[in-house]
Design a protein around this ligand. Sequence first.
Ligand SMILES: [Mn+2]
Length: 342
Amino acid sequence: MSEKYIRNAVAQIQERRTSVPPPMPGRVSGVGIGQESSEINTVDRPVQSVPAPASFTPTDEQLFTKDEKGQRVPDTAFLKQHFIREGRLKEEQALEIVERTRELLSTEPNLVQVKSPVTICGDIHGQYYDLMKLFEVGGSFEENNYLFLGDYVDRGNFGIECLLYLYALKLRNPTRLVLLRGNHECKHLTEYFTFKRECLHKYSARIYDACIASFCALPISAVVDGRFFCVHGGLSPELTRLSDLDHINRFQEPGSHGLLCDLLWSDPIPTYGHEQEGSQHGLPVAPGTNFLPNTQRGCSYTFTYEAACKFEYNGLLGIIRGHEAQDAGCAIYFFFVASYAF
Ligand SMILES: [Mn+2]
């Protein structure tokens, strides 16, 4: 038995030997190993098509330019390329972008009016290269407006780059770009997830604190053409009219309950549109049910189709929200008023 085992093992080793690929042809720089045909390059980048990371921090002349009114604004084309190459800014430069954006955001109302054509984008979560792709397919600021539904940071490794780039674009296109707050734009989640550590690693506590202060200035909702309500999470039992939004003090860390919390955290019920018969996603609920505790999130609520219809009485056609990943990139639940002339 053991002899058979050894023979089998030896056969496998021999077989494996023959499957080892021959050494790559190349050249040795500095270290002389092997034959001339198997030299290895130890000086140049092995994959020349991938540019080296940007190891410099830009000068103010490189990073900032003047807009049409002669105001100092970030050069977004430069910043885009610098971040693509994983470059960093000087602390003062990052601070200037975050601080000035905070001031600008503070002037916006809780509910921002947006005009179409508009490209609406969901959670970015630190995926800077996906953000680049988004702008590539979404068109230019001359062609359309942009509305982001929050969750710029955490999870992905490039949260600060996403934030600084979006803030730079905001300074450059104050009315063309609207940035809403997501549930991750707060102290509590960025401490628990990755953004705080990312900030401390790449920049400093000062930059992190400035980012947190800027999050409190982000508006929380938008309406496109007076017809589509846009928010990160969803509805709330405390939200009946759009004017209810005016009374929120958004300049604070969101609590674990209440209207601000719900707007950032709630979800449609998993059986949305089929609540009363139930589905593989959940048990039936009684007619007239509008909100149920959101057990998956551990806070806020899930809202039903009935709750959405009630809210539509504000002259709306639909709700556009982020907060949940979708396999196909997006999901359309329902066209609220199919016969509406639009
Ligand atoms: Mn979210």
